[in-house]
Write a protein that binds this ligand. Structure first.
Ligand SMILES: Cc1ncc(COP(=O)(O)O)c(C=O)c1O
Length: 396
């Protein structure tokens, strides 16, 4: 029975007592109104979810391995899925065995495990600027000290890295179609990043949820290829299959995986065996062979619709990134403008984006916002960008 009455104030932990950043949360609540053309979401498009193939895989799993599927799993994960993930990594040119792959409950859990396994309060963590806000939220569990890495219009710029990298616990990097910028680091920069990692003795955390969602051009090899001995690679099924599975994975040297496993055991014992086996079955049924090209084509179409609309409607002085894959475009307004305060007027036109502020670890730059395009129809994207551009024009 739920209690509607107000009880005494609980004795919160220090972490829970921190005030939540309410301005952006309130704005995003308004963005959820049905009449709003929302470029604020970060969800994959449900249009292409392979519902029938998953239903078939569920039946197959229950019929052939029902008892194991309904049992607890091993903390490392179910072998069928680990093998399939290892096979995909190997296909991408980086030989990987199933015992190098541990399953987690979404890659967000891996970010939480990183905080628990690597960080003490005040420890140095290197991040891109801007970076994924969900990673900052996970690392904030421990209260690290963030150092923002040098980035330019091509993303992370390792040529400029220096002593600030020394003694960091790790550098958290999204090399491909990053959230929020959509930028992809080229091959030369990846190789140089590996070199710098060795020079400054830093571990690399490669978060790669969007690496398989390229449009026309395949991205360069993963960071793990360049520095396997010091890369912790995070992947997820959320964007290549569906986030409802809540399945992600970590590929890393054995001692890191062991620490992750003992920490994970204390959190949730294991990830659900059932979803792992169903996902493993969909992989074995070759569902991705057809499904992934469809997702790539759909996302490319939406990205082009948004890029065309931006080129058509945005006034001079506004710039944006040109992603080769993924779900996001990062827009930069003239420096005197503030995307958080502008959002009120944008919402009044029934359009929404995510203001850039929460994506910064230290000092937010306020003249940016993130656009997400995969859940909005191409014709609607054009209308949304037209309205957005007219508000920006009025403010410029
Ligand atoms: C960069 C990045 N990392 C991690 C995640 C978490 O993904 P999941 O927990 O669904 O695997 C997301 C989700 O949007 C993301 O954008």
């Amino acid at each position: 029975m739920s209690c509607e009455c107000k009880g005494p104030t609980p004795r919160w932990s220090t972490l829970a007592s921190k005030p939540a950043s309410s301005v952006i949360r309130d704005l995003l609540k308004l963005a959820a109104r049905p009449e709003v053309i929302s470029f604020a979401g970060g969800l994959p498009s449900p249009e292409g979810f392979p519902v029938e193939a998953v239903a078939k895989a569920c039946q197959e799993v229950l019929a052939t391995q029902g008892k194991q599927a309904l049992q607890y799993s091993m903390v490392e994960g179910e072998m069928i899925l680990r093998e399939q993930i290892a096979k995909r990594e190997t296909m991408k040119g980086i030989p990987t065995t199933a015992d190098q792959v541990y399953i987690v409950s979404g890659s967000q859990q891996a970010l939480d495990l990183l905080a628990r396994v690597f960080l003490d309060p005040g420890d140095k963590v290197l991040v891109e600027s801007p970076t994924y806000m969900g990673a900052l939220q996970a690392f904030d569990l421990v209260g690290p000290r963030y150092v923002e890495l040098n980035c330019d219009e091509k993303g992370l710029n390792p040529a400029a890295f220096g002593e600030e990298c020394r003694n960091a616990k790790f550098a958290y990097v999204m090399p491909t179609a990053a959230n929020p910028t959509g930028l992809t680091i080229d091959e030369d920069r990846r190789a140089l990043l590996a070199q710098k990692a060795r020079e400054y003795d830093m571990w690399l955390v490669e978060d790669d949820p969007y690496g398989e969602l390229w449009y026309e051009v395949e991205p360069p090899k993963s960071l793990r290829y360049w520095a396997p001995e010091r890369t912790i690679r995070l992947g997820t099924l959320s964007k290549i299959l569906a986030p409802g599975f809540r399945l992600g994975y970590v590929i890393a040297p054995a001692d890191v995986l062991d620490k992750f496993a003992s920490m994970k055991q204390a959190i949730d014992l294991c990830t659900a065996a059932f979803t792992q086996r169903v996902a493993g079955q969909t992989f074995s049924d070759d569902v991705l062979v057809e499904h992934l090209p469809n997702v790539r084509a759909r996302y490319a179409k939406h990205a082009h619709a948004m890029l065309d609309a931006l080129a058509e409607f945005m006034p001079e002085g506004v710039t944006w990134t040109n992603p080769i894959g993924g779900m996001f475009i990062w827009v930069t307004l003239p420096e005197h403008m503030n995307a958080t305060t502008l959002m009120q007027d944008v919402l009044a036109q029934n359009v929404a984006y995510v203001p850039g502020e929460p994506f910064y670890a230290n000092k937010p730059e306020v003249n940016h916002f993130r656009l997400s395009f995969v859940t909005v129809d191409p014709e609607v994207i054009r209308e949304g960008v037209r309205r957005l551009a007219s508000v920006i024009k009025a403010h410029i």
